[in-house]
Design a protein. Sequence first.
Length: 305
Amino acid sequence: MVETWDWFAASVSGPNGFWWALSSYVAMILIERCAYLFEHGLKWPERDARVNVINSSVTAIGDALLGGALFAGIYVTLHDQVRLFDWPVTALGWVSAFVLRDLAYYVDHRIAHRTGFFWAFHIAHHSSREMNLTVSSRGSVFSLGGTLSPAYFLLPILGVPFWMFVVVGFVGSLWGIFNHTRLVRRMGWLDAILCTPSNHRVHHGIEAKYLDRNYGQTLLIWDRLFGTWQREDEEPTYGLVKQQESDRIWDIQTAGPRWLWEQLQSAPRWQDKLRYLVMPPGWRHDGCHQTAEAIRAGAPGCALT
């Protein structure tokens, strides 16, 4: 068992890591696509899936050319220069690295939803009105391969080496891809401890009670601990509160930065311009807030912007 894990870890974190990720992703999509053939109540969204695959290819190319190298460079530099500990390569070390990375994912994901600057680069992921495995990779090239995920950079400071981060990230990401499906309704007791598809569908919902909920990737403990968990009562409506009408790749990639620029331009004072960068999406300098909290409270009379 130990030898098998060592071989797996070496393969995923080595030169063949990209092919491990790509082949796993493609295999999961093909399995889900075939499963749709036996579903009478659901239809595979051909156009949206095609757009997602093209968009993810654009993002992957951007990460290969710049984003991934930038993230890896910062991570390795922090680990080499300022790490506080030498992380143990033991069973406990692996489990601890996985849990720590999962917590960092939760923190970064919550930041992406609760600050205007980071939301601008996360909008792309939520712009699809569908929910299937292709949506999992619908992201922004401007995220620079994870560089705009600040909590991740605590791991090298604590001593987690980059190759170990890659391996636990690969395992967590496989589960995260799986979460983006409508075919798995409930998973029994696992729904109470893991970020299952049912729990993650909530995260993509635009109903008031579902907004800004269920940020986790693998472990549900973080959402429960920090008060952001919401049960899936009925299947959500997917997408954005103000839906994106275009499915052109350029529009998907630039919608977030354009939205942020419009917010900044709307504020006459520089203090409010700065607040648009750090306040939750929907915060307004004129007091006409459209944040998740305002929507849940039924704030009247404000047109969505």
